[in-house]
Design a protein around this ligand. Structure first.
Ligand code: SF4
Length: 193
């Protein structure tokens, strides 16, 4: 399923691909999220997503998010986001932030004016812990890429936030320190089961 609604928000699922294999990812424990089967048999085109969105015109917010990593489908995402902004919608991206490793440089600039808010999974206080939790295909470099992308989004004037999942033993204080040092707010969210 590509487009679905939860609590008045519209969620857009573009791909199964992700450069992480997070230990807490809902994909590792379930084939579904709530009642929705989110494993895609085929990635949608921008036209297909736009057509599907016509059935979901009243959303409070439009969110590009999992099952996979939306940046893996950057071209489709930006085309759909452009259309949503033309229609006056508020648009958010939930991402692992590894933009320059997945795509290359300059992704934040491509999002400017199309994405109102970028929520980046911080997930860990340092690169080694990040790689333990996120099992990134790029190794510890994934952590540094995520931090670079967060700063680039901020520099582009995009509203950016870090999010962390409150898993047992997580070092919230260190995450808060990164948040303070970068000037990027931190949101602590509960584990999705
Ligand atoms: S980054 Fe998101 S979609 Fe990818 S493995 Fe982690 S929780 Fe799952």
């Amino acid at each position: 399923m590509t487009v679905y609604e939860i609590d008045g928000n519209v969620y857009i699922n573009l791909t199964n691909r992700c450069s992480n294999r997070c230990v807490f990812c809902v994909r590792t424990t379930s084939d579904r999220y709530k009642e929705y089967d989110l494993w895609l048999k085929k990635e949608p085109t921008a036209e297909e997503v736009k057509e599907e969105l016509k059935k979901h015109d009243g959303g409070r917010e439009y969110v590009f998010c999992g099952y996979g990593e939306p940046l893996e489908a950057l071209d489709v995402m930006t085309e759909v986001a452009e259309e949503l902004k033309r229609r006056g919608k508020r648009v958010r991206l939930n991402t692992n932030g590894q933009a320059d490793l997945i795509i290359g440089e300059g992704v934040a600039g491509k999002l400017k004016g199309k994405i109102d808010e970028v929520s980046i999974s911080l997930n860990a206080p340092d690169a080694a812990e990040y790689n333990k939790i996120c099992r990134c295909e790029f190794g510890e470099e994934g952590f540094y890429s995520m931090l670079r992308f967060a700063k680039e989004c901020k520099n582009e004037g995009i509203n950016v936030k870090f999010s962390v999942v409150n898993i047992p033993g997580f070092d919230i204080k260190s995450a808060q320190k990164i948040s303070e040092e970068t000037g990027i707010p931190l949101r602590i969210r509960e584990l999705i089961k």
